[in-house]
Design a protein around this ligand. Structure first.
Ligand SMILES: [Mg+2]
Length: 253
């Protein structure tokens, strides 16, 4: 009896030490892999935001969860707040003349309006862009405001800036875009500029530069510009200061 008991105790004692290392090892290997993905994807996102990544059509496969977690988590919201705070601080310090010629240019998608509800059911940047599906979403005119963007927009207007909206959306989407902007709380913009027939096929950087040039040629000083893509901000007739908002969901050349 004593021998059986001792044998049982030995088996029980040996059990965990015999099986536990493999589980612990698997867990730690998974942790190492997750940590490696986290590091890789964090660095990838940095290169996107600094415009080092160049053209890309989808989020790297290993970063699918990372991007989803980033967009739905606190960091994206915090970064949007931080950039808006920088822009507001700059705008307050300018001391504009108040003659109506002091302008600010806003992009729309992922700058004033959030398409996160669309991307939430379309893979958070892990799927190839589907223009048809996205345009259907645009027609719904239900994109919510990016809260810090709306606050900045309102403050700029109170400070006396003339606001221009410059979007890569097409002219036929004007009505839906206006409807959506008003639904989200935006109003009193000076001009909403969309891609017309003549702008078809023009790269975003060129199209947006040309339109900013027209604003300048009309006598406005573009003090600031806000956009989630570098193509919203660079090229020619650039704003005196540009404010790049985060966006790891998609890239527009
Ligand atoms: Mg945009």
């Amino acid at each position: 009896m004593a021998l059986i008991l001792i044998t049982l105790m030995v088996i029980l004692a040996a059990g965990p030490t015999w099986s536990a290392p493999s589980i612990i090892q698997m867990r730690s290997e998974k942790k190492i892999l997750l940590a490696a993905d986290e590091l890789y994807c964090s660095s990838w996102r940095f290169t996107v935001e600094t415009n080092d990544a160049g053209a890309w059509t989808r989020v790297p496969v290993r970063c699918d969860d990372f991007v989803k977690d980033y967009i739905t988590g606190d960091l994206y919201a915090s970064e949007l707040e931080a950039v808006a705070a920088n822009a507001a601080e700059y705008a307050r310090a300018i001391g504009i003349s108040g003659d109506g010629r002091d302008a600010w240019v806003f992009d729309i998608d992922e700058t004033l309006l959030s398409n996160v509800p669309y991307y939430a059911v379309n893979g958070f940047g892990s799927e190839t862009f589907d223009a048809h599906a996205f345009n259907e979403w645009v027609e719904l005119a239900e994109a919510p405001a990016i809260a810090p963007g709306l606050r900045l927009y309102k403050e700029l207007q109170e400070l006396g800036f003339t606001v221009f909206l410059l979007t890569g959306r097409d002219e036929y989407q004007r009505h839906a875009t206006e409807r959506n902007l008003m639904y989200a709380g935006f109003n009193n913009w000076e001009k909403l500029i969309l891609r017309g027939k003549a702008d078809e096929g023009t790269p975003a950087t060129v199209y947006k530069s040309e339109k900013r040039k027209e604003i300048e040629d009309a006598g406005y000083i573009i003090h600031g510009s806000s956009g989630d893509q570098w193509s919203d901000l660079i090229g020619f007739a650039v704003a005196r200061r540009s404010f790049k908002l985060p966006n790891p969901l998609y890239y527009i050349a």
